[in-house]
Write a protein that binds this ligand. Structure first.
Ligand code: FES
Ligand code: FE2
Length: 446
């Protein structure tokens, strides 16, 4: 069975498919003038995932979100409100905050000592009587950025007139709510610097055509050739692949494939018992997860059986994509480089259900073999590294993502060649096409 693609329009008549089909000319990845248009038309108008509300639990807690030429501080005030401000002093434009996440009692610019309240309003100007006319808080408070919190995730929008986040996300909100991301804990926070345009990264994660070739291990635990794709307006999309199965292109193995064994063992299932019964594993895991969840105190009831076993990926335009297992969530986002169109920074946030309800060492049970974060653990350090560090084995974003990262700069370099003009896509690369159709729709003249 080949991949299936379905379209879901938004209420109010907004269509998933745009009228035009984009031609994927290489210039969209390599031409620096594209960067400026994307900055004005996409990054300045779309909702952007910026970080976790769990990083700012108390008054004065903040984190920074750096995107292209901008730096934004997300800050909690004394009343518990989350605010977002351009990280720019309103005296002469100095960047105020550095280092993230952090805590401040009051916002203070290190250059000439202007101070702001935690809600961004101007508090104090040294030698205020030397300014003529007088400085007012109304005129010189920190400049705000739109901010919304949903499912424990902080979203920003540089456009003060942008629609609410829920309208932008449409049905994705109700689809994701059963996972209760807000109850998950940060297990890893990583950023890798890549010599690739941000869309080169997006393309890679929008298709599974490459999986058999650069991720051969996947044949032993997911069936990517039968994925189901959904296209939404705005440029959002999703794909789901069955998990705890083997690749339907190949003969079903007699024994349980190696990658599945730790998952079965952690649930207290004996891999040997599935000898000759590999196609039965998916249903057995769905049932067993509910039993072990009840035993450990983790509630799976909001999730369907398919959500217990399968891997769902949601792509939220322009740059957020989530790989979702019920016990572990990966949130990715390539952020454009401030000046170089052919570079970006790829963030990965790994969130997990708490170890307190996810595993029980005494019983030898775990809902997922990688669960490791307890509720009272320190926040993991933010790891920043390069592709070379990944290749040298100094850092890893998991085997699969490391394999992608190895190829991305080669894609970028190849597209720059005079020997290449434009990409050609097949039906299984439909989400790549959809993404670029919407890049063009957002970038079109108003
Ligand atoms: S630039 Fe911030 S106080 Fe002068
Ligand atoms: Fe990949």
């Amino acid at each position: 069975m080949p991949q299936i693609t379905q379209e879901e329009d938004f209420p109010g008549g907004l269509k998933a498919r745009t009228a035009e089909r984009a031609v994927l000319d290489k210039t969209r990845y390599t031409n620096p003038t594209v960067r400026e248009r994307e900055w004005e038309k996409i990054w300045s108008r779309c909702w952007l995932f910026a970080g976790l509300v769990s990083d700012i639990p108390g008054a004065g807690d903040y984190f920074l979100y750096e995107l292209g030429p901008e730096s934004v501080v997300v800050l909690r005030d004394e009343d518990g409100n989350v605010g977002a401000f351009y990280n720019v002093c309103q005296h002469r434009g100095n960047r105020i905050f550095s280092g993230s996440p952090g805590w401040v009692k009051q916002v203070a610019c290190p250059y000439h000592g202007w101070r702001y309240h935690l809600d961004g309003s101007l508090a104090e100007v040294p030698d205020a009587d030397r300014f003529c006319p007088a400085i007012t808080a109304q005129e010189r408070s920190l400049k705000t950025v739109r901010v919304e919190v949903w499912a424990g995730l902080v979203w920003l929008n540089f456009d003060p007139g942008a629609e609410p986040l829920a309208d932008y996300l449409g049905p994705i909100v109700s689809r994701l709510e059963p996972y209760r991301f807000e109850n998950m804990l940060l297990a890893k926070h990583q950023t890798v610097a890549l010599d690739a345009n941000w869309k080169t990264v997006r393309d890679n994660f929008l298709e599974q055509y490459h999986v058999d070739f650069i991720h051969p291990q996947h044949a032993g635990f997911v069936d990517c050739c039968n994925s189901i794709n959904t296209l939404w307006p705005m440029g959002h999309s999703a794909t789901v692949v069955e998990g705890f199965v083997t690749n339907s292109r190949y003969r079903v193995p007699e024994e349980v494939p190696e990658p599945l064994r730790p998952f079965l063992e952690s649930l207290g299932l004996d891999p040997a018992a599935f000898s000759g019964r590999v196609p039965e594993i998916r249903a057995a895991v769905q049932q067993r997860k509910r039993e072990v969840g009840d035993l450990l105190g983790h509630d799976y009831s909001p999730l369907s059986d398919a959500q217990l076993s399968d891997v769902w990926q949601y792509d939220i335009f322009p740059n957020t994509f989530m790989t979702i297992n019920p016990e572990e969530l990966w949130i990715f986002g390539p952020r454009p480089h401030p000046t170089d169109h052919e570079k970006c920074f790829l963030d990965k946030f790994t969130l997990q259900i708490p170890a307190e309800t996810g595993c029980d060492e005494a019983k030898g049970l775990s809902l997922h073999p990688a669960l490791c974060v307890s509720r009272d653990a320190e926040r993991p350090e933010h790891e920043s590294f390069t592709r070379d560090d990944v290749l040298a084995g100094k850092h890893s974003l998991t085997i699969t993502i490391d394999q992608d990262i190895e190829y991305l700069p080669d894609m970028q370099a190849g597209m720059r060649s005079r020997g290449f003009d434009r990409a050609v896509l097949n039906a299984d690369e439909v989400r790549v096409q959809h993404f670029h159709d919407w890049v063009d729709a957002w970038c079109a003249d108003d």
